[in-house]
Design a protein around this ligand. Structure first.
Ligand code: NDP
Length: 335
């Protein structure tokens, strides 16, 4: 228990209200999808978490299935860091987890039944060593389970005190609106949505943002750097220690097309002209969307977290001219 948090941590970050709730989230949150399971060095995972907290990143995003070599190992890593370092700071932290993707064998370990959500959250709490999480999400829509059942499970989880707030992830606009109405009828607000959003994937602009703003639901958006593609990481080849070079099935080398790299190189020039890095421009662009509460970044080393958090400190809003130039680059035909 040697860790003492940086005394100036709250001067380094901005916090935004999550929709119309009482909850404020850091503009930059840290996700534990990659590089936090037992396959990754524990010291690096711990250093990333403590670096983030020292920079005012109070929100750590998890799901039941994060981590390798087995699902849940990222929750175990955070559980250990909480136990050994961050326990005194529990009330300064927003810990989130989710269930919705395949977690265990048989009919009760996937999608959105009450049976799955209740059992999964209990397992997550054990791995984390916590009595409650701050936000519990349903991870993806379930085409078979009635939405009423899934939302009732979320509402009951709040009533049981196992989560303070609930959210949905990857839900399209119309289903989000229905989920919010159902939950409202159960006396529990739909506080937050977690969709993918970045310069290369703007689907939320087509309806979902309107629903979120109208209903007062916040948004913590994932993969704001398109898993590293919207950084300078791949501008001069594929580094051996990068996600694209790893065995992760989510970012394959073929996704780094010449056309994409040409776009990123031009965006990088805009960023440099502003005294920012490519990653900082990509994050700032996402954060300028009024529906976005927080960007959930991933990282493989503490320096990336420092660079990304710096966005909040140094970003000057984009001018109309810069916005239109960026728009013209990112809307060129499909990558
Ligand atoms: P990002 O788009 O932020 O990509 C993170 C990766 O980008 C890092 O691992 C690193 O790659 C690279 N990177 C980050 N910062 C920099 C930098 N400054 N310079 C150069 N490269 C950089 O996010 P993720 O795709 O990792 O997703 C973030 C989080 O979102 C997840 O951890 C998870 O919590 C959540 N998520 C939620 C999903 C859902 O369905 N709800 C789905 C996916 C993610 P490298 O490893 O190569 O260094």
């Amino acid at each position: 228990m040697n860790y003492i948090a940086a005394p100036d941590r709250y001067s380094r970050m901005e916090y935004a209200r999550c929709g119309r709730s009482g909850l404020k989230l850091p503009r930059v949150s840290l996700g534990l999808w990659h590089n936090f399971g037992h396959e990754a060095p524990y010291c690096n995972a711990r250093d990333m978490l403590l670096t983030a907290f020292d920079l005012g990143v109070t929100c750590f995003d998890l799901a039941n299935n994060y981590g390798a070599p087995f699902n849940g190992s990222a929750e175990e890593t955070l559980g250990r860091v909480l136990k050994e370092e961050l326990r005194p700071y529990r009330d300064e932290l927003i810990i989130t987890t989710k269930a919705g993707y395949g977690m265990w064998d048989g009919p009760y370990g996937d999608f959105g039944s009450r049976k799955y959500l209740m059992a999964s959250l209990d397992q997550s709490l054990k791995r984390l060593g916590l009595d409650y999480v701050d936000i519990f999400y349903h991870h993806r829509p379930d085409p078979e389970t009635p939405l009423e059942e899934t939302m009732q499970a979320l509402a009951d989880i709040v009533h049981q005190g196992k989560a303070l707030y609930v959210g949905v992830s990857n839900y399209p606009a119309e289903l989000t609106a229905k989920a919010a109405e159902l939950l409202k009828g159960m006396g529990v607000p739909l506080t937050i949505h977690q969709p993918r959003y970045n310069m290369l994937d703007r689907w939320i602009e087509d309806g979902l943002c309107d629903v979120l703003l109208e209903k007062g639901i916040g948004a913590a958006v994932f993969s704001p750097l398109a898993q590293g593609r919207l950084t300078d990481r791949y501008l001069h080849g594929i580094p051996a220690d990068s996600r694209a070079a790893s065995s992760s099935p989510f970012l394959r080398k073929e996704m780094l097309t010449e056309q994409l790299l040409d776009k990123v190189s031009r965006l990088n020039d805009i960023a440099r002209g502003r005294g920012e890095t490519m990653a900082q421009l990509a994050l700032a662009w996402v954060l300028e969307n009024p529906a976005v509460t927080s960007v959930i970044i991933g990282a493989s080393r503490p320096e990336q977290i420092r660079e990304n958090v710096e966005t909040v400190q140094k970003h000057v809003p984009l001018s109309e001219q810069e916005k239109s130039l960026i728009r013209s680059i990112i809307t060129e035909e499909k990558i």
